[in-house]
Design a protein around this ligand. Sequence first.
Ligand code: HEM
Length: 156
Amino acid sequence: MILAAVSLALQPMATQAGEEPVDPYAVSNVNAGAGAANDPRLLAAWNGKAGIDRVVDRFVDRNFADPRISDIFKNHDQVRLRRTLKEQFCFLLGGGCNYTGRDMRSSHKNLGIENADMNALVENLQIAMGGEGVPFWAQNRLLAKVAPMRRDVVER
Ligand code: HEM
């Protein structure tokens, strides 16, 4: 019974059209790297799920176009990244989504990410949140969850 449940959890994920397949992994909201907020005001300040999706799209656009870090992103599956980031942010912000992506350490293994790359990415996230009009207090609630993930993402 337990074995059946484990092998089920390790099945390759059903992916969205246009995504490249990835090696099987155990799916869990724990992979999101932090717990979910429980504050309806927070979700409203982000303009709901639609607002979260817009922020992620702008954030991903910026990261792929940013000469400081675009080399790290190029050749990676942008369709999957958008989907999993939308799930992750929605989960963390208490939007009721499940996160189906990989954990932060394995997602970023061997990408050679440095502290300066992380700083550039956070800057892009702040610009994307500002573009959506997310108030600072509500931006900070996400940043507080994401900032400690630096230790799983930065390799040197
Ligand atoms: C701590 C903040 C970060 C968070 C919350 C985050 C989140 C994510 C998520 C959810 C994924 C997809 C996982 C999956 O495919 O299952 C991912 C993949 C990726 N991230 Fe991050 N990330 C962070 C920092 C960074 C930084 C600083 C960089 C580089 C500047 C980066 C570059 C990438 C790349 C290139 C992938 C694709 C990996 C692949 O295709 O296998 N991430 N990230």
